[in-house]
Ligand binder design. Structure first.
Ligand code: IPM
Ligand code: MN
Length: 355
């Protein structure tokens, strides 16, 4: 029995998480995956009601689960970034979820904004470091709003933090068995301390002689992702660059409506979420695309050991997209609940065909 913490959060979080959980229910009826859900209220409404963002007790409660499913955090009524820092970063840092895994895969050619790019040319995984870099909060602002104002943000990379995420990426390149290529993405030419990535990448690579290594500076990596995405298999990248490059990747696979991520600490409780954010303007309108959350559920099943369930969800989503039953991944293309229905129909059809 797996216990899953559910945090729908803000904006469209509720609506997309509802569909994700309906798909989970349909899949578990097929595979026998057993789970128990526990819902948590954290987000803007809870904060406005109680003054509480994400208390220590909530973080402790998270540790008692096998996985966390998060919808989205962020609300225009509240200071920019306050809830995101408290809840999303709070969980990433608090649970030491040092890998942010972001698959970028094209399921149907018509979804990609690049002319003539076929699904076989876009199937890569970004391994984003998730606990260091520009996100550590080392820095600040002095003399705010004066002519002498100074703003400092330090990027921090530790040997341990860098090495472990690089090792995870090498392992993944080996496990995935695609082209067994791992690309390091950094900016060590201009940001010289990033040389720690270069050195550790080379050193850890000695343990993986069968993995072909490659390197791209972040600016060039953006260029190559558009020009020749088929050249990538697994990419490993620092926190901020990984944040940026995965929005680019999301567009290539058809939009933020499908992009999901797993915040992982192998062997420990991990968190799964769509990467799109709370999109307040779509809230309550039943127009948000739930596919990204469904794909987050897919990653969660895989992480929790139900490989059959994960494969079933992926195939169901692929079918719904390839047949254009879900015509696009944009908001409003199809009602949120209808998209959930269609994926569940595909799950049942696939299960029926197999059984
Ligand atoms: C993401 C988001 C977050 C990030 C924000 C909401 C803090 O953009 O998961 O990609 O920057 O990591
Ligand atoms: Mn982002």
């Amino acid at each position: 029995m797996h216990t899953i913490a559910v945090l729908p959060g803000d904006g469209i979080g509720d609506e997309v998480v509802r569909e994700g959980l309906r798909v989970l229910e349909a899949v578990s009826a097929v595979t026998g995956f057993r789970y128990k859900l526990e819902h948590y209220p954290y987000g803007a409404e809870h904060y406005l009601k109680t003054g509480e963002t994400f208390p220590d007790s909530a973080l402790r409660a998270m540790r008692d689960h096998d996985a966390i499913l998060l919808g989205a955090i962020g609300d225009p009524r509240i200071e920019v970034g306050m809830l995101e820092r408290a809840i999303i970063a709070g969980i990433r840092f608090g649970l030491d979820l040092y890998v942010n895994l972001r698959p970028i895969k094209l399921y149907a050619e018509h979804l990609c904004p690049l002319r003539d790019l076929t699904p076989s040319q876009l199937d890569l995984v970004v391994v984003r470091e998730n606990t260091e870099g520009a996100y550590v909060g080392v820095g600040g602002i002095m003399k705010r709003d004066t002519p002498n104002e100074v703003a400092i943000c330090n990027m921090v990379w530790t040997r341990e933090g860098t090495e472990r995420v690089i090792r995870y990426a090498y392992d993944l390149a080996r496990r995935r068995g695609k082209s067994k290529r791992l690309t390091l993405v950094d900016k060590a030419n201009a940001i010289r301390p990033m040389d720690i990535w270069t050195r550790l990448f080379e050193r850890v690579g000695k343990d993986y002689p069968e993995i072909e290594t490659d390197h791209a500076y972040i600016d060039a990596a953006c260029m190559w992702m558009v020009k020749n995405p088929e050249g990538f298999d697994v990419m490993v990248v620092s926190n901020l660059f990984g944040d940026i490059i995965t929005d680019l990747g999301a567009m290539l696979q058809g939009g933020l409506g499908i992009a999901a991520s797993g915040n992982l600490h192998p062997g420990q409780v991990s968190m799964f979420e769509p990467i799109h954010g709370s999109a307040p303007k779509y809230r309550g309108k039943n127009v948000a695309c739930p596919v990204a959350t469904v794909m987050a559920v897919q990653m969660m099943l895989d992480h929790l050991g139900d490989a059959d369930g994960a494969a079933l969800v992926e195939k169901a989503v692929a079918n719904a997209l390839q047949t254009r039953k879900i015509p696009s991944l944009s908001a409003g293309a199809i009602p949120t609940d209808k998209a959930g229905d269609l994926i569940i129909e595909e799950v049942k059809a696939l299960a029926g065909a197999a059984g």
